[in-house]
Each structure stands twice: as C-alpha cells, then as structure tokens.
Design a protein around this ligand. Sequence first.
Ligand code: DND
Length: 225
Amino acid sequence: MAKKTTTSQKTTPRQSKSRTRTPFRIGIMGGTFDPVHYGHLLAAEQARCEFKLEEVVFVPTGNPPHKITWEMSSAEHRYMMTMLATATNPHFDVSRTEIERKGTSFSIQTIREFQAEYSDNDAEIFFITGFDAVMELLTWSEPMEVIKRATVIAVTRPGYDSKQLHAALGGKVLSRIRLLQAPALAISSTDIRRRVSMGLPIKYLLPEPVEKYIIKNGLYKSAAR
Ligand code: DND
C-alpha cells in the first residue's frame, strides 16, 4: 500500500494509491467530522464490505454547504482527527480536496473531481451517508447530478422509518439510493462536543488517538459548542 496523504502534500481527491485496477469501486465518506467517531468509521467499513469497495476516502468539508450551529473546529484539526481515526485501516484514506478548494464545499464538485481523477480507470463512485444526511439530500446542490454520478449509500439503523425517508426523498430518488443497515450506534459529534464541554468522558465513543488529540488541543471546551 502506498503511504497516506499528509498535511503538506495532497490537494487532489486522492493521489496516494495505485490506479492500475479496473474498474475501481471507490467510496467517498464526506463529513464535517467535528469530531470523527466510531459511528462514521463503522458506517464506512460496513459500506466498504457490503459494496465491495476497494477503498473509502474520507473527505472532511472545508466550508460546509449546510448550516453549522456550533463554532466549528478548524479544517486542519478536523483533518488531523480524521487521519488519526483512519490510520489503522488499510482500506481507508483521507482527502484534502474540500479543505484546499476555495468556496463552498459542495459534494457534487467533489464527486466530479473524483470522476476526473479516475476517468482512465472506469471507476464507480459511491457516496456514503448516514440517515440524517440522506434525508436532506434534496436540499443539496444539484442532487439529481449527485445520484446520477454516484451511487448514494444510505447507512440506516435497524428499524429505521422507511416512510420518513420516502416522504423526504420521493420514490424516484429513493429508488436510486442503496440502503444499508448497520448496527445502531447512537454516537454523534454533537454529543461528543457536549460531553467534552461538560467534562464528561468520551472514551470508547471514538478512537483513543482522537480522544487524546482533542484533550491535547483543548477542543470543544467552550459550552457554546
Ligand atoms: P455532515 O455535516 O452531516 O457530516 O455532512 C455529511 C456530508 O454531506 C458532507 O460531505 C457534506 O459536505 C455533505 N453535504 C451536506 C449538505 C449539503 C451538501 C453536501 C451539498 O453539496 O450541497 P457529519 O460529520 O455530521 O457526518 C458524516 C456522515 O456520517 C453523515 O453522512 C452522517 O449522516 C453520518 N453519521 C453516521 N452514520 C452512522 N452512524 C452514526 C453517524 N453519525 C453521523 N452514529
């Protein structure tokens, strides 16, 4: 395996691995990752195994297109935490593309960049989301282009409300989305930030190196988060 991207290097979607395999089934796991946690990692790994993806690239957002209701950590902090969280999985990688890109980090632009990057490889792009994110899909920039260019995988919890999803997306869009049930993991970045601000433990909610990074850098201490 080629070495991972580093802070000082990569700006393109993914430049670190061999491009000789054809077709290349690649998953994009987009997120704010403030902070990244086991829910994100489990969703990505389930999708990778179920859809036989050769790798999953985590793409931390630079300037999120959606409303952010807390004082977001810097892109570099979120990138570093994502690197730490994914380092031990040989099938995971992290891209700086949205961090380096100027302007709003629209997912459709990232998907187009990945398609261009892999155009010589007949790549199939999968965009992995959780239930909450996919419910908002129609509010994204160019949602029909997103589902045309990428297979959207929606990771849901067992017992999720399919009527809710149908109401939010409509049958036509829903028919293009691949649903994947994953073990319930009621972990959220919001709750982790809240816990840190209240001095509560976050152990076992996220990888230990990320926990240590949060403590070392004094992230999420403010109650406003
Ligand atoms: P979030 O802020 O929800 O990320 O953003 C998800 C992605 O959607 C990002 O790549 C955004 O750029 C993109 N987006 C949103 C809105 C508009 C547009 C694009 C646009 O282009 O116009 P989080 O860090 O909160 O979560 C990352 C992913 O992990 C999400 O899909 C979320 O649903 C999922 N997730 C879980 N999945 C399973 N178990 C859990 C999870 N917690 C979060 N416990």
